[in-house]
Design a binder for this molecule. Structure first.
Ligand code: FMN
Length: 190
């Protein structure tokens, strides 16, 4: 069976290069990616690059039109468009929304759509407040059925003591594990 993975990017712009590099490996490994971007990710120009350039790269890489609306993400689960959803990078903002049942972006809609059909949703966090404001949301989501985390750790404890970032090289192994109903361990990296 063809592996189809919904692949959603949120607005942690500093990780886009790293994440796209890993996404290329997923595609090279034969996984078909269905691209989704949050509104922030799809529309914000930053010092890390223009929104248009990242949209073009993601679209070319996946050979597909990017889902950038709530309406576009809604059929994902029920229409069986993908077997799992990977949110990489996942911002503190999106963690907060997911933990509180808020569905007002293409990415949170995609998660809701997958969860209602009991498909796995895998989060690759990247947020400066991971051990601060977002910590409670991570804790709550850890306890939610069908949600899994790409193993994460403190990316710069000395200079950014509350920052957490997933190990993006573990995207594929975390997704594989999640598809078998298991959280890849250890989930907390030192
Ligand atoms: C240059 C820049 C870098 C950012 N990096 C991050 C980040 O690494 N992690 C994060 O949680 N938010 C980051 N943000 C803030 C998010 O982009 C912002 O909260 C946005 O509303 C997220 O929306 P989304 O979760 O729908 O993508 C950054 C914003 C800017 C402008």
């Amino acid at each position: 069976m063809e592996k189809r993975l919904a692949f959603a990017m949120c607005g942690s712009f500093c990780t886009f290069e790293k994440v796209l590099e890993q996404a290329e490996k997923l595609v090279a490994g034969g996984i078909r990616l269905l691209p989704i971007m949050s509104t922030a990710a799809a529309e914000t120009d930053t010092r890390f690059g223009t929104a248009a350039s990242f949209r073009m790269r993601l679209s070319r890489l996946t050979d597909a039109a990017i889902i950038t609306t709530v309406a576009g993400a809604e059929p994902l689960g029920p229409q069986n468009m993908a077997q799992a959803l990977l949110i990489a990078p996942c911002t503190g903002n999106t963690l907060g929304k997911l933990a509180n049942g808020i569905t007002d972006t293409p990415v949170t809609m995609a998660a809701k759509s997958m969860l209602r059909t009991e498909k796995p949703v895998i989060l690759a966090v990247s947020t400066n407040d991971g051990l601060a404001g977002s910590f409670q949301n991570i804790g709550r989501l850890m306890n939610v059925k069908n949600i899994y985390f790409v193993p994460f750790g403190q990316d710069d404890p000395l200079h950014k003591p509350t920052s957490l970032q997933a190990d993006f090289t573990l995207l594929e192994s975390t997704v594989e594990s999640a598809r078998n109903g298991r959280q890849l361990q250890p989930v907390m990296l030192t």
